[in-house]
Ligand binder design. Structure first.
Ligand code: F6R
Length: 324
């Protein structure tokens, strides 16, 4: 049962949300279950030296999720690329995946062309556009008509499939079934964060979730947000905390003894009592997607509190237009 306050906020959001971002966020678990079969549509890259995954923005976050998870589950690295070029060491022994929802993102197409020149076997995950026309060896087509950032489940499932072919054992349907409705909690977070600039921190598997929160705050709520990760931030960013007026801090936590001790020490040393918002998650794919799902709702409620329509990203589109 959701609280009446959450239902009222959903109504307020509906008045602003002309393109239906709320429906996409609500369907996140459903999209994940429906797209689980896409994991079986990928080739078997066994024997490769590593997997390079190129993608920008909403199409790039899946690469970060898999990089962190696969540090534990694979013998080869997953190397995210959010740029025009791929690293010099990438040769024909690497498997290359281009992820672009629209299929028209110039950085991703440029990275794809480099990978093909180096002789990599290539897979494109896209709803169409120019990327499909570049003739990659393999294409996984995802349904069109969704804002790229809301299509994370569809774009992620084939990447999970690649990891599974290389020896991991992720169960997308089980993860989809485990995701709770986080709306009441999300509204509480949004109310606490309204009017400040959030600093979102994670560690381990949850670092990409902290990054996703930041991106969703930017794109859905049209507000500044920043992210960082433990343990690194305890060697630099903490020095800024005592003068952090106007900022708020979100900690995405999981049961990792060493990191937890460091989070505790950092709070004791630098953060004013009661100044952080916290949420805990299981490690692994379920935990990171649960954290992402919560953050997606928080970003929608922040959009509602700020009175903005979550879907349009006119500045992003404007830059693409200027460069086209
Ligand atoms: C829009 C969004 C953007 C795009 C990015 C790359 O919803 O999230 O960050 O994902 O501009 O475009 P695509 O995903 O089409 O390659």
């Amino acid at each position: 049962m959701r609280s009446m306050e959450t239902d009222r906020m959903d109504d307020a959001l509906e008045g602003l949300d002309e393109s239906g971002m709320r429906t996409h966020v609500e369907r996140f678990p459903q999209y994940l279950a429906e797209s689980a079969h896409l994991a079986n549509r990928v080739p078997d890259p066994s024997g490769c030296d590593g997997v390079v995954v190129a993608g920008m923005g909403g199409s790039g976050i899946g690469a970060e999720v898999m990089k962190n998870l696969c540090r534990e589950s694979l013998d080869v690295p997953v190397i995210p690329v959010h740029d025009y070029s791929i690293p010099r060491f990438v040769d024909e022994d690497y498997f290359f995946v281009a992820v672009s929802y629209s299929g028209n993102t110039e950085e991703t197409i440029s990275a794809f062309r480099e990978a093909r020149e180096r002789g990599c076997e290539t897979l494109a995950i896209t709803s169409g556009g120019k990327l499909a026309a570049e003739e990659p060896e393999h294409v996984v087509e995802v349904p069109d008509g969704i804002p790229p950032r809301a299509a994370l489940p569809q774009l992620l499932s084939p990447l999970v499939g690649v990891a599974n072919r290389l020896g991991a054992d992720y169960d997308l349907e089980a993860v989809a079934a485990s995701l709770d409705d986080p709306r009441d909690r999300a509204l509480g977070f949004a109310r606490e964060l309204e009017g400040s600039v959030p600093l979102i921190y994670g560690y381990g598997d949850l670092s990409p979730a902290a990054y996703r929160w930041k991106c969703q705050f930017n794109e859905n709520a049209k507000t500044h947000a920043f992210w960082n990760y433990f343990p690194e931030l305890t060697h630099n960013e903490v020095e800024g905390w005592p003068s952090a007026d106007g900022f708020s801090c979100v900690l995405l936590r999981s049961d990792d003894g060493r990191q937890e001790e460091r989070v505790g020490a950092a709070k004791e040393a630098a953060l004013p009592e009661g100044s952080t918002l916290e949420a805990s998650f299981e490690p692994g794919l379920g935990g990171v997607l649960s954290a992402i799902h919560l953050g997606d709702w928080v970003s929608l409620y922040l959009a509602a509190l700020r009175g903005v329509d979550p879907t349009p990203v006119s500045t992003i589109e404007g830059i693409k237009e200027l460069l086209s």
